[in-house]
Structure formats: structure tokens, C-alpha cells
Write a protein that binds this ligand. Structure first.
Ligand code: PLP
Length: 406
């Protein structure tokens, strides 16, 4: 086989569909983020980032940076090993305690990313619990799907956020088999939120465990940033809460929080935990500082809500179609992969605005969009600039506006 020709042919097909991903070469500017330098074909230019998952700007928070600098000086660059073989640093232990406290759980366990925590957590639970059946929301993240698939357990997919369909599927199962319901709190592409209480109710009724991905909730929701489950007073009803340190907390890494026994079980059996080098101590220190700050401070959450409302309001006023949802994510709907990419390119080239196009397979074909994530670090002037630029491109391309807009 001509391997290189095969690779090129597959890539050409992606390009034809408009689904070939091009990464923007950026240098975030600490202290002035969302400002960044963009290294493009025609040189370097200043841009404003509008699609970051550093939702609260904690990636440049002075407390986070100070904690990272201090740990870097004290412990050096890397952890030096897997957790089992010399890699458990005191900063990891402190961070796990912080996370257990954040979610009101007995314990927490760190992973190198949110992806790995889902993959390792779900695959270990579902493969090791004898005859386990996983009930998985239809829009679960790839990391959850891959973890479940890797477990080889039976998986029943229930309709997105549809408790009746979940219950229908649960009721058809043998009451004695172990069951695990896997779902997310905030779905990151549409920004909708799961009916967590209702899912916990049916889980209790049918004796199922619950596994909630709060990746897009932690830091942002709840009085201490424990996520949507904290805001709704439901953390104690979830068997496992999974989260990331890479989005609202602004650093990197993933975790699960659960009972002592469950965390110890995953720690002891999950290959994705055991056989990989631990996070650098400075990363753990920075994440801990971020979590501690957001447990106490409401400023960032309040400012973010204000920015989100303002962006929504301004876009609505000029008829740019956005998907309504109760979260912090503002999807601007384009509905065509080629238009979506062109708009994104034009915003970058003409206005120094960076919003990544979101195309298939991240979202279904025909629902291509620009996913805007307003944050406390976006100024009023940034918002006006974004809104005016979108208005201009909408007119230039004769894209349809929402007719009932002011
Ligand atoms: N879960 C969800 C719902 C996500 O959207 C993501 C990443 O975007 C992850 C898990 C993975 O988290 P991380 O980026 O920390 O690997």
C-alpha cells in the first residue's frame, strides 16, 4: 500500500468537506489576556481571543502564577515519575484534598487531563464491575465514549437529557446487574444543562451509580465553584464527579471526586492513572491556588455572567442567530462548514478577532457554529468590536438574521 498517498487522500477529503482543522498559532499574553499574538502566514499580529476555555481568565491570575513560580523553584520542572514510582509530590496530595473538599467527597484522584480522567475512570469502573451496564447520554464527550467503549461493557445510549428515555432503558434491565449512568452537567457545544436531580432520582430508583462530568461547570457554578451540582445542592447524590483543571481553573489536569473506596479502586486498577508520569508539581500548585481562590471569590463568576449577558443581548439586538441556553456558552449558528471557516478566517484577518469554527464531527453537520465564550477579561470595547465585526460579515455574506430582533 502507498501509505503516504492514503494519508493525503483522506486529508483531501476532509478539506473538501470543509472539516479540515487548522490550528491558530497563538501566544497568549499573560496579564492582558484575552490579548494574544497570532503568528500567521503574513507575520505576527495582535488578536483578541473569544473562544478560550480559560473561562475566568485564571490562567493569568497572580495567585496562580505565584503558586506555580514558588513550586517550580522548590521542586523543579517535572514530577519525576508515575504516582507509584517517586512521582507523588506533596502538591498532588494537597490538590487532591482540595478537590475532595470542593465536591464534598471523601477523596479525589488526579489525572493528567480531563480526557484521561474520563477515559480511565469510566473504563475501569465499567470493565471491573461484573456485567456492568453503562447508560450514556447521547451527547457525551468523546473521552467518555472512548472510556465506555474500551471497557467492553454493554452500553445503552439514552436520548440527550431525556429522563423518560433513561428510565425506560433502566427499567428493562435486570435489577441485579450493576448500572452506571454517565452524563455531563453543561454540554459544551450547545451550552444546555442536564436535569441532574431527575437523573439522580431515577438512578436511586433503579440502584444505578451516577458519573457526572462537570468539566464545563467547575469553577463557574455553585457558591464555591463546585459546579452545577453544587449550585443545585446535589453533589452528595452523585457517585462520581469528574472535572478538569484546564478550563475555569486555568491550568491543566483532570480528576474524579468520589468515596474513599471508589478513588482507591480507580487508583489501584486504572492503567490510565498508574502508567503515566504525574503532573508537574508546579501545575498542581497552580491548580490548587486557582481552586482555593474560586472557593472564596465570587467576582470572576459575577463578571463572567455580566459579560455573557451583554454579548447575548448585543447579538440578539442585531439579529445574529445564537442558540439560547442557560449557561455561559454563546453559540453563534452558521450551519455550513465552509461559511463557518470563512467567517472565522475573515474575523481573524480583518478584525484581529479569534473565534475557532466548530464543525463536524464536534457538532452534527448543518449545525456548524462559532462558539463564543465571554469571560471577565473581555471589556465593553472588546464586545462592541466583536458585535460590529459579526454584523459586518453577516451583511457582506447576506446571512440570515433572526427576524424578530430589534
Ligand atoms: N469532558 C468534556 C465534556 C470536555 O468538553 C472535555 C474537553 O474539552 C473533556 C472532558 C476533557 O477535558 P481536558 O481538556 O481537561 O482533557
Amino acid at each position: 500500500m502507498d501509505y503516504q498517498a492514503f494519508f493525503k487522500q483522506e486529508l483531501a477529503a476532509l478539506k473538501d468537506e470543509g472539516n479540515y482543522r487548522v490550528f491558530a498559532d497563538l501566544e497568549r499574553k499573560s496579564g492582558t489576556f484575552p490579548a494574544a499574538s497570532y503568528h500567521g502566514a503574513t507575520g505576527q499580529k495582535d488578536v483578541t481571543v473569544w473562544c478560550s476555555n480559560d473561562y475566568l481568565g485564571m490562567g493569568q491570575h497572580p495567585k496562580v502564577l505565584a503558586a506555580m513560580h514558588e513550586a517550580l523553584e522548590k521542586c523543579g520542572a517535572g514530577a519525576g515519575g508515575t504516582r507509584n514510582i517517586s512521582g507523588t509530590n506533596h502538591y498532588h496530595v494537597l490538590l487532591e484534598q482540595e478537590l475532595a473538599d470542593l465536591h464534598g467527597k471523601e477523596a479525589a484522584l488526579l489525572f493528567t487531563s480531563g480526557y484521561v480522567s474520563n477515559w480511565a475512570g469510566l473504563s475501569t469502573l465499567a470493565s471491573r464491575l461484573p456485567n456492568c451496564v453503562v447508560l450514556s447520554d447521547a451527547l457525551n464527550h468523546a473521552s467518555m465514549i472512548e472510556g465506555i467503549r474500551h471497557s467492553r461493557a454493554t452500553c445503552k445510549v439514552f436520548k440527550h437529557n431525556d429522563v423518560a428515555d433513561l428510565e425506560r432503558q433502566l427499567s428493562a434491565l435486570d435489577p441485579d446487574v450493576p448500572k452506571l449512568i454517565a452524563f455531563e452537567s453543561v454540554y459544551s457545544m450547545d451550552g444546555d444543562i442536564a436535569p441532574i436531580k431527575e437523573i439522580c432520582d431515577v438512578a436511586d430508583k433503579y440502584g444505578a451509580m451516577t458519573y457526572l462530568d462537570e468539566v464545563h461547570g467547575v469553577g463557574l457554578y455553585g457558591a464555591r465553584g463546585g459546579g452545577v451540582a453544587e449550585r443545585e445542592g446535589l453533589m452528595d447524590r452523585l457517585t462520581v464527579i469528574e472535572g478538569t483543571l484546564a478550563k475555569a481553573f486555568g491550568v491543566v489536569g483532570g480528576y474524579i471526586a468520589a468515596s474513599e473506596a471508589l478513588c482507591d479502586f480507580i487508583r489501584s486498577f486504572a492503567s490510565g492513572f498508574i502508567f503515566t508520569t504525574a503532573l508537574p508539581p508546579a501545575v498542581a500548585a497552580g491548580a490548587r491556588a486557582s481552586i482555593r481562590h474560586l472557593k472564596e471569590s465570587q467576582i470572576e463568576r459575577d463578571q463572567q455572567k455580566d459579560r455573557v449577558q451583554k454579548v447575548r443581548h448585543r447579538l440578539r439586538a442585531i439579529g445574529i442567530p445564537t442558540l439560547e441556553n442557560p449557561s455561559h456558552i454563546v453559540p453563534v449558528m452558521v450551519g455550513n462548514p465552509i461559511h463557518c471557516k470563512r467567517i472565522s478566517d475573515w474575523l481573524m484577518e480583518t478584525h484581529g478577532i479569534y473565534v475557532q469554527p466548530i464543525n463536524y464531527p464536534t457538532v452534527p453537520k448543518g449545525t456548524e457554529r462559532l462558539r463564543i465564550t465571554p469571560s471577565p477579561v473581555h471589556s465593553d470595547a472588546d464586545i462592541e468590536h466583536l458585535v460590529e465585526a459579526l454584523s459586518e460579515i453577516w451583511s457582506q455574506c447576506a446571512l440570515s438574521r433572526v427576524s424578530d430582533a430589534a
